[in-house]
Design a protein around this ligand. Sequence first.
Ligand SMILES: [Zn+2]
Length: 604
Amino acid sequence: MSAASKGKFSLEYLLNLLVNAGLLGQSQAGKIVSDYGTAIGGSRSRNIGAGQSKGQPKTDPLDYVTSLKLPLVGAAEGRLIDDDVLARLMAQDSGFRYLRVEQRELDMELVTHILPRSFASRHMVLPLALEGNNLTVAVRHPFYQAILDDVRRVANRPITPVILSQTNIKKLISDIYAFNTSVKGAAGQYEGGSLTGVDVNNLEQYVKLKNAAEISDDDQHIKNLIDLLFAEAFDGHASDIHLEPKREALLVRMRFDGILHDMYRLPAVIHSAMVSRIKTISRLDIAERRRPQDGRIKISHHGDEAEVRVSTVPVAFGEKVVMRILNPESLFLDLKTMFFNSADYEKWSSFAANPHGIILVSGPTGSGKTTTLYSTLRQLATPEVNVTTIEDPIEMIHEQFNQIAVQPKVGITFGSIIRTILRQDPDIIMVGEMRDKETAENAVQAALTGHLVLSTIHTNDAPSAVTRLVELGLEPFLVASTVVGIMAQRLVRRICPYCCDDFVMTEKMALDLGFITQGDLNLKQGRGCDECRNTGYLGRLATVEVLPFSPRLKECILTGNQNSLDLKNLARTEGMTTLRENALDLMLAGKTTIQEVLRVTGAD
Ligand SMILES: [Zn+2]
């Protein structure tokens, strides 16, 4: 045991660490100690921070120091001395390992079996994992001898304490025990039923069908479990929740900032019940398990409303459910804030200011094309104009748009519906995607007859969209005369502002990554914190490539040259900034990392 663990956990101990680390002045520390005495004595009514109830001052040193909201010297503006900073200092001092842990990294069974919830939350201690026979136990400070002795006796094995931030431990304790109760409860209900022990064969199909009808959707455990998943997805700003049936388990995954993360492996027996519950609340047919279905749920969480689009599809071991969380805040943005480069914003705005013509956004799925179109349309949608959209499916309802969903079964396709829409006296039309000749031709017709048409197209960069339109069967002269401009876009993950640190990239590192720089580069990177789920990234930013159809570009297309490389070179001489260049600017401005630039614009 280190020297620290023989002492006592006190305010002086914490302040000492801060003073030694150069984060606090000696005199400032002295003042804090005397204020603390006053606060504890309660002789005067003083406000010592959030969460304090009247007459009952916080006596915990850790709570007290964090409640002071002291600025963190040498860190980005706004960073405070929080419990994470203190946890790191205490770990350094005591020789304990510092860790940051997420619920999904823990073995629920192990954690909840060793200690009851009451003990864990009373003492803020949590078993984390077995390393060999050694049990790793999370504590919030190093002075835990007596409690750790208790844990050692209960667990009946040697233990290794590690330090986690208090916030981290609290969240783990509250989440993991609640989650465990629901999973256990639900599994208990369906275990021993006709589902267990049945192998994957025809018999199982039969049994499952029968079982689906038996599952009542008022099962509280299942309800809780789904609520907990939604809460976790909302809090972490996940865009999708996947429930994937596997042979042995139900795998839950979530997508954060464009990247899928494995979250939980739940008992396979609760899969059908979970799917039934989701189908019920999204008004799908519970008994239909062989055909894909689509539905919607409206959900409110902490006063925020979100719409969730549900899609089910049968896969090898049951129905896979994907729930997309549609957040109005992320689908409708202030256009200006979307663009890092104001010249690009000006160009894009000038496209949208045209009374007629075609404007295209290009990029792969998940590159934020819908957000760009929605945000642009919202800006254009005034009471004087009729905005009509054709979407597959409708992403988000906006009351100023007339939105039509593609339904091939009744003959509503992108291409066919444009003709109908033209009789509806539209001014601005948004077509989900230019995916075939009919759509492209009808969009051109609409543009030629005085309408502004916005759409998307699947190409890697802006110039390739021209080539693609010609490949779809449009005459080059029609492309040149109707298209106003094209913007390619991608999303890079933004460095988390809560844990953003300086990072120097040496010339050699840059060269190894394929960049030639002059001297070292002062960049930023995320360290990982609670806010960003320890990834170092929070939210995403657009990198764009805006291509106006200039007279020279039109000339080039008209004379039969639709080669994307030639168009690109021409556009660059006319001032187009490429996707890669824009992404690098974001990196140099400390907004994103080199890894993101390479991941997203690697093909360039
Ligand atoms: Zn962070």
